[in-house]
Design a protein around this ligand. Structure first.
Ligand code: AMP
Ligand code: MG
Length: 389
């Protein structure tokens, strides 16, 4: 058995970053930027009014009067210079005319025909300086997972297309004679395959393109057939059949097909029987079958592997800290990821930690990480957890 940290280092060695592709900005959300994107212009490209009001040469005293000689609106500049004592009606986003350095907001003036009088203490200059947001040549650095805010910034930089990592193709294979697909009619001794669906949701939301393959039966022939269907994938994930039971054939069939196994079994709960290696052009990970184990391994191992394939740094997803709201007993010889709920800075681990309980996982928003041989922990102790999204 190896530690979770060692397993992660092995997994990072097995993962190969995918090539890049160009996509339009409208398709770029959640993708990982693979080359820096450089602003093509200043923003704002001119000194712009931040308010609706009157552009004048400051400073302005209360009671001062100005003649209004024209108008500047967004997209329609006032093209002449404004002499002292004159004002231009101006709207938010309009270029501030030459000769002006202050916008008196409309609430601070009274207007009589074309003459305005400043009524009171006016507030600031109300001008956004040219380049105040960013300058041409300024870059958004890569690699970086593009958030909605990043997309807005790239658009403002006049970048219509970006270079991003191709979506890694992941083939998901459930194994087991007892499994049927959701919506099918299960026999009396059968259950529904849930893991492939949960993992597809998790991985697709984090930038993968998952294919759910037909369920493999617990025979060598069926497993071989599914590995053949997985051809072309960057990562093949099998679920179940990875222990040492008579029906656990994944390791054997994968080895027969040339999988060079990097490790098998980790000191982790849930999720001990985890195997990984390379098989032809693909990386292969064999996950345990218990639904919660498979999902926990998805969060702890597959998301960092996916990040690596997308060109992001090889590191685990960041842990956060909270204070225990209820005590927890001492931990054993395996790193334990306990299903838990975090509210504010308070964390409560659920009583029921069986790795088959999907209802408990669905209630959890955190995995409390218990180090190997961690002692009993009391209310108020600071603990580390992995947020679940
Ligand atoms: P195994 O690792 O194949 O021994 O499976 C361990 C447990 O997980 C068994 O109770 C299986 O029925 C269950 N299991 C395996 N694969 C899945 C799956 N894809 N969806 C739901 N449960 C599964
Ligand atoms: Mg099985």
């Amino acid at each position: 058995m190896i530690t979770v940290e060692d397993a992660l280092s092995h997994l990072f060695e097995l993962a190969r970053p995918v090539e890049t592709e160009t996509v339009s900005l409208a398709q770029a959300a959640t993708r990982v930027l693979s080359a820096p994107a450089t602003a093509r212009r200043d923003q704002p490209p001119f000194a712009a009014s931040a308010m609706d009001g009157y552009a004048v040469a400051g400073p302005v005293e209360g009671g001062e009067t100005f003649d209004v000689i024209g108008e500047a609106a967004a997209g329609a500049a006032f093209d002449a210079s404004v002499p002292t004592g004159k004002a231009v009606r101006i709207f938010t986003g309009a270029p501030v005319p030459a000769g002006c350095d202050t916008v008196v907001i409309q609430e601070d003036v009274t207007r009589d025909g074309n003459r305005i009088t400043v009524t009171g203490p006016h507030s600031g200059r109300n001008i956004r300086p040219a380049g105040g947001d960013f300058r041409a040549g300024q870059s958004l650095d890569a690699p970086r997972r593009l958030s909605p805010s990043d997309i807005a910034l790239l658009a403002a930089m006049n970048i219509a297309e970006v270079s991003v990592a191709r979506k890694p193709e992941i083939a998901l294979i459930s194994t087991g004679n007892e499994l049927v697909m959701p919506g099918d009619q299960p026999g009396p001794d059968q259950i529904i395959a849930s893991n492939t669906f949960g993992l597809k949701a998790l991985l697709d939301a984090n930038g993968a393109r998952c294919r759910i393959l037909p369920i493999a039966r617990d025979t060598e022939a069926s497993l071989r057939q599914n590995f053949a269907l997985a051809q072309g994938a960057d990562l093949v994930v099998t679920i179940g059949g990875a222990s040492v039971g008579d029906h656990d054939l994944v390791g054997k069939v994968a080895a027969d097909l040339g999988m060079r196994q990097s490790f098998y079994k980790i000191a982790m709960r849930p999720g001990k029987p985890l195997m990984a290696g390379r098989m032809g052009d693909a990386m292969m990970v064999g996950l345990p079958g218990n639904p919660v184990s498979a999902m926990v391994c998805g969060h702890v191992f597959l998301l960092p592997v996916l990040d690596r394939m997308l060109g992001l740094p090889a590191k685990r997803r960041p842990l956060k800290t909270a204070k225990l709201a209820k005590p927890v007993a001492a931990n054993g010889a395996r790193e334990h990821y306990m299903r838990a709920r975090v509210d504010g800075d308070q964390l409560t681990a659920f009583e029921r930690q069986d790795s088959a309980l999907l209802t408990v996982l669905a209630e959890a928003n955190a995995l409390l990480k218990r180090p190997i041989h961690d002692g009993p922990r009391d209310v108020g102790d600071t603990v580390e957890y992995l947020p679940l999204s």
